[in-house]
Design a protein. Sequence first.
Length: 410
Amino acid sequence: MCTCDYLLRSTCAEHAGAAVVHAAATPDAGAAPARAAAATAASLPLAQFRPRSMLHTARTEIRGPRYPVIDLHTHLSWSAQVRSGVATGESRRFFAAPQDLLPVMDAMQVRLMVNLTGGSGHGLADTLQRFDRAAPGRFLSLAEPSYGEWLRADYPRYQADAIGQAKAAGAVGLKILKTLGLYLREGIDAGALVRVDDPRFDPMWEACAAHDLPVFIHTSDPEAFFEPVDGENERYDELGAHPDWSFHGRDFPSNAELLAARDRVIARHPKTRFVLLHVSNAEKLDAVAATLQRFPNTCVDIAARIGELGRQPRAARRFFDRHQDRICFGTDAIPPPAGEETPQQVFCRALYEIYYRFLETEDEYFDYAPAPVPPQGRWRIYGLGLPDAVLRKVYHDNAARVLGLAPLPT
Ligand SMILES: [Zn+2]
Ligand SMILES: [Zn+2]
């Protein structure tokens, strides 16, 4: 669902041809398993079911955030060469230019956008030139591993050295897409999946510590992506729209196995700082709390997971109160038109308004994405009404600490 993954797999011929999911518009198309059979009684196609809430609840008008915002999780560039979900070259595809983004950033008081998918080598240099240097102080970019070099015999050393070069070029961290664990294979796009805790990456994790570059890591995905895609899957619409996001079957590890491998990496590299993206595992906040407690070298962001947090508002509020120094603001924003494929991530004023409403107000039962049908699952969310002291940390100061920037003046 970090929809990074839409982009990752959109060029994957293997998956493009695999009819893993039945179209959301035709849930009764016949091939669905028996447990979805009850749906056939309805004459209204699921895609046409767009109920409007009849609740008369308060709607707080959002003019801006309580404090200036660092959006710690955006995607402004992407690899131009992707093979079976793995970026294999350095060339970049850019989703926008600074002048396309700055008006919305200024209107919504987004002081800084962190572009996670900055790339490697000359692609990273292009990204830094296009954003970080063109609008100083408004954009920062991260580096990514060079998976295209994976078959080199000296890959562990090569990749570790690349970290120092990325730092020297201007990158402020390393982004690990869920490529690691779910796409990268021994032969890049063939053979066994490479595990998240494969020791060949140990020199890379250590280099990040040596150069004080935080690792932003996305591991696994919502549990429903590992379940059969049928009438009991709460992300039926989402998987119907993006069938290649299903990790059910084949040789995919389970959600729990992926997270356990990630935790072994964190344990092995206590001097490396890790930002666990998408709340680490937003459907299981008790487990996230345990992870944060166990590993002082970790924090989380909330990108593309307010749909999860906001449907468990009491647990989420307790989580924010307890871990208010470890939670960073992020949206996973992708500029349009690419971002329109995933409305919960499309860069626009409405997206930021929803995030601010969720964090600041106690409004009830509202959409978590600017879309006519909730795109991740058919539910709505409730605001947390966080106090100012927590908002200051979540909007700005926690991310500033990750990036080595100054906190807001008091
Ligand atoms: Zn992600
Ligand atoms: Zn992302």
